[in-house]
Design a protein around this ligand. Structure first.
Ligand code: HEC
Ligand code: HEC
Length: 407
């Protein structure tokens, strides 16, 4: 009798069904990656391959920065998963938010941890002029293109003639804001410069729209599940499968980390305990204000669809105190590349992230009775050590280079 029970336990563990049942099956399949190519109606060049190739060039061009030394690729290094791996990335000066990866970036609705950009092309203009990032300037950037015969030719092939910069000042702004020598220029000339600057952003965005992350063992598993292919499903580690079931069930991760990117694209306060300059970070609350006052937002004259759905969505946003300290749910694809984790890079590894959710280590109390901060759904989940291990194994299968790492 006793040996019979043992036999069932041992054999049971080794021949556990690699397929999963409803309701988990549909929840798992809702995470299937999208193979489609993204287009942006506010960017008429978004599917122009010449614009994308030019954008790739601009992406790694330090000549667009104030000191000629920093490019997008300095922080979003294409050879390192489009991040720099630093807790506080360094541009021209120190900034307090963690660098996100640009893999699958096209799949989001809002960009930035606080969603202060509603298009990728609009986003690309910001770091060029941000004092802490590239400290460049639109006039300086356009002159750089005009003085480089190859860049000028390629720009004009896609966007038409560069504006005339004669009589324009060196820069449009300095650290304290726009310069009088710029704001007193004729409006039509300023608009022509801004339009050319937005074209620069549109070419970079056309390139970014092509950044689809490589497939992972998790994608292989989802394919097997969709076909009901038991043999193929067996290739996926059993502990990662149990971790997936926790992710979809008991640990409720999927309530925010949903859809093909494992991100709902929305903003939540997870109750992360912040310190230093990060403690004053208003998150989405500040992001909405920045977005609605940005001259390059989707409803602006530089947008190719200023009265479309995207522009209307931005117009409808309201600042609500519950959005204070809320940040956009990050995609969990390519997690290997995005360490350290969270908006301030304060959680150094995935083990810390799991302890944060499971045991609320490094968290302040959130939800009812704790002011307006935090989400009631984020209670201590209290996973066993074995469950924490399985969840970790699952998260590792979301990037190709991590699946084989032990842990
Ligand atoms: C000094 C480092 C640095 C440089 C240079 C830099 N970035 Fe970033 N990038 C960041 C950081 C940090 C964030 C997060 C900012 C935030 O959310 O407030 C970010 C955010 C982004 C995002 C939004 C990602 C998301 O998940 O929503 C995109 C897209 C992006 N950068 C593209 C670019 C492009 C294009 C350039 C060059 C024109 C560039 N970056 C230059 C550090 C940098
Ligand atoms: C209430 C919504 C919500 C739930 C539930 C949730 N997350 Fe998150 N997750 C977020 C948000 C928002 C962030 C970013 C917060 C920040 O940066 O301050 C985040 C960050 C992360 C990160 C860091 C990613 C990066 O690139 O920095 C990981 C990993 C993660 N979550 C995994 C999980 C797991 C595993 C679970 C389940 C145990 C879970 N999350 C449950 C919303 C949620």
């Amino acid at each position: 009798m006793i040996s019979g029970v043992l036999w069932i336990v041992v054999v049971g563990a080794s021949i556990e069904d690699p397929l999963i049942r409803e309701p988990f099956l549909s929840r798992a399949l809702s995470l299937t990656r999208l193979e489609s190519v993204f287009e942006d109606p506010t960017n008429q060049y978004s599917d122009d391959p010449r614009a994308a190739r030019l954008g790739a060039r601009f992406f790694s061009e330090p000549g667009l920065s104030g000191d000629g030394k920093v490019s997008c690729a300095t922080c979003h290094d294409p050879d390192r998963g489009f991040v720099d791996g630093k807790q506080h990335p360094r541009g021209v000066a120190r900034i307090h938010r963690d660098t996100p990866t640009l893999w699958n970036i096209a799949g989001q609705r809002w960009w930035g941890w606080d969603g202060r950009w509603d298009s990728l092309w609009m986003q690309a203009l910001a770091p060029i002029e941000a004092a802490q990032e590239m400290a460049g300037d639109r006039l300086q950037a356009l002159r750089f293109i005009a003085n480089d015969p190859d860049l000028k030719r390629r720009y004009e092939q896609v966007f038409g003639a560069l504006p005339d910069l004669d009589g324009m000042p060196e820069r449009s702004r300095d650290r304290s804001g726009p310069l009088a020598a710029w704001t007193t220029q004729k409006e039509s000339r300023r608009i022509a410069v801004n339009r050319a600057f937005s074209n620069l952003g549109k070419s970079i965005a056309a390139y970014e729209l092509t950044l689809q992350a490589p497939r992972t063992s998790f994608d292989g598993y989802l394919d097997a599940l969709s076909r009901g292919d038991r043999e193929a499903a067996r290739m996926y580690p059993a502990d990662a499968r149990r971790g997936l079931l926790l992710f979809l069930g008991k640990a409720t991760c999927v309530s925010c980390h949903s859809g093909p990117l494992l991100s709902d694209g929305e903003f939540h306060d997870t109750g992360l305990l912040t310190s230093g300059s990060s403690a004053n970070d208003a998150g989405r609350y500040g992001g909405i204000q920045d977005l609605q006052s940005n001259p390059f937002r989707s409803s602006s004259i530089y947008s190719d669809q200023p009265d479309g759905a995207i522009a209307r969505r931005t117009g409808r946003l309201r600042r609500d105190p519950t959005l204070w300290g809320a940040f956009r749910t990050p995609s969990l694809r390519q997690l290997h590349d995005t360490a350290p984790y969270f908006h301030d890079g304060s959680l150094v590894d995935l083990e810390s992230v799991i302890r944060f959710y499971s045991r609320r280590e490094g968290a302040r109390p959130v939800g009812a009775g704790h002011g307006h901060h935090g989400e009631t759904m984020l209670n201590r989940i209290g996973l066993t050590e074995g469950e924490e291990h399985n969840l970790l194994r699952f998260l590792r299968t979301l990037s190709p280079d991590m699946a084989t790492t032990e842990g």
